[in-house]
Design a protein around this ligand. Structure first.
Ligand code: 5RP
Length: 226
């Protein structure tokens, strides 16, 4: 296993220790959360009773395969905690998410949670957001017009996400535009401006949503940021 994957595993396993009996939890998406899900499934096998709300079809399938009990978000008042990954995390716990294309459902689930813990290896921790292209989920109808409006916000380049040479379609039937800003100076303002554009379903900036981050380093240490 690569050093990066060892760190992701460490962060995922650490987050699993924070899950207490009786909790209803949001279960994120991605390669770091994969390790969390594996550790959680093991705890459930050993007797832990929890209910989970998945943030994507991918997570739903993996959780079902591993016998993690799932519940519909509409049947839950509030989630105790959501554990999810991120593509970038800054010192104020502002995030870029959506590298895996699940940002819309991830944000709905995180917004329904009392706490959101972000798990990541050290490569995700940055001083300023923006090097990672910001994913913006858009309605397919007239997407080129939505893209023109996004370009006016100072984006250097925008790429329509593709997978296996076909347009990538999100779990909710939308397209993803990856926006290369390089440096996002005011993430809260940009978040607001993007979500005001007609045709935008959601963008990958998570502002004032994460309550802590667990960053795992190659030397084996873990740092918690609150
Ligand atoms: C999916 C996400 C993921 O959490 C993010 O892309 C991080 O993934 P990974 O842990 O595989 O690096 O936002 O939409």
């Amino acid at each position: 296993m690569s050093d990066q994957n060892i760190a992701k595993k460490k962060a995922g396993e650490y987050a699993a220790t924070l899950i207490e009996p009786g909790m209803t939890i949001g279960i994120g998406t991605g390669s770091t959360v994969y390790f969390f899900i594996q550790a959680l499934a093991k705890k459930i096998q050993e007797g832990l009773i929890i209910k989970g709300v998945p943030t994507s079809k991918q997570t739903q399938e993996l959780a079902t395969e591993l016998n993690i009990p799932l519940v519909d978000l509409n049947n839950v008042d509030q989630l105790d905690i959501t554990v999810d990954g991120a593509d970038e995390i800054d010192p104020q716990l502002q995030l870029i998410k959506g590298g895996g294309g699940a940002l819309l459902q991830e944000k709905i689930v995180a917004a329904a949670s009392k706490r959101m813990i972000v798990i990541a290896d050290e490569s995700k921790y940055v001083q300023t957001l923006g090097k990672f292209p910001l994913p913006v989920e858009v309605i397919d109808f007239g997407w080129k017009h939505t893209m023109k409006h996004l370009q006016q916000l100072g984006c250097e380049r925008i790429v329509l996400r593709k997978k296996d040479d076909k347009i990538f379609v999100s779990d909710h039937g939308h397209y993803i535009l990856d926006c290369y800003f390089q440096q996002i100076k005011d993430a809260a303002q940009l978040h607001h401006q993007i979500n005001n554009i007609a045709g935008v379903a959601e963008n990958g900036l998570f502002i004032n949503i994460a309550t802590s981050a667990v960053i795992a380093y190659k030397d084996g240490s873990i740092k918690e940021i609150n």
